[in-house]
Structure formats: structure tokens, C-alpha cells
Unconditional design. Structure first.
Length: 95
């Protein structure tokens, strides 16, 4: 989880599901002003779902490094995603 100052959001990528069977490969923003979760649509190549990865934010880029895949493979790749201010205004999560 990282903080994106320009859009006042926390950004979350990947992770395990509740029963530890399966990995997520999606990006979510938590709007700290409205206390709402937003889903960010991917464009281009999407990295394989993973957990135990490192992440950082530099300006409007989310950087993901390494992690463990659903098959238990350890990765050492680096992936960059640009988060646009417009992503903050995309669809909200539904319960």
C-alpha cells in the first residue's frame, strides 16, 4: 500500500484472496477525502497476480517489484503503472 499525494489516495496492488487460493492482479485506490474505494482499469500489459511484492510511488507512477505468484514462483520483475487523476473519479466498488 502506498500514498499518492497528488490525488490524496492510497493505492493497493495485488495480494492473496481470503482463502489463500489465488492472487489478485488489480489496482485499487482508497480516496482519503471521500472514504471510498475505486477500481482502476488496466491498460496494456498486466503483470501476473502476486503477493509478497514491494511497491513504491514516484509522482504518478506505481512501481511493483518481485513477489510470489499463485504457483509459488518467486519473481524479480519490475512493473510500472501510471495512475491518472481521472482514475480517482472512476467507478466505485459495489457491495
Amino acid at each position: 500500500m502506498n500514498f499518492m499525494k497528488d490525488i490524496d489516495c492510497l493505492v493497493v496492488y495485488g495480494g492473496l484472496n481470503d482463502d489463500f487460493l489465488g492472487m489478485f492482479e488489480d489496482i485499487h485506490l482508497f480516496d482519503l477525502l471521500n472514504f471510498e474505494w475505486k477500481f482502476v482499469n488496466h491498460e496494456g500489459t498486466v503483470p501476473v497476480g502476486r503477493s509478497c511484492h514491494a511497491s513504491a510511488v514516484i509522482k504518478d507512477h506505481l512501481i511493483i517489484f518481485g513477489g510470489v505468484s499463485e504457483e509459488g514462483l518467486i519473481s524479480s520483475d519490475i512493473w510500472f503503472a501510471r495512475i491518472y487523476k481521472e482514475d480517482k473519479n472512476k467507478r466505485k466498488h459495489q457491495r
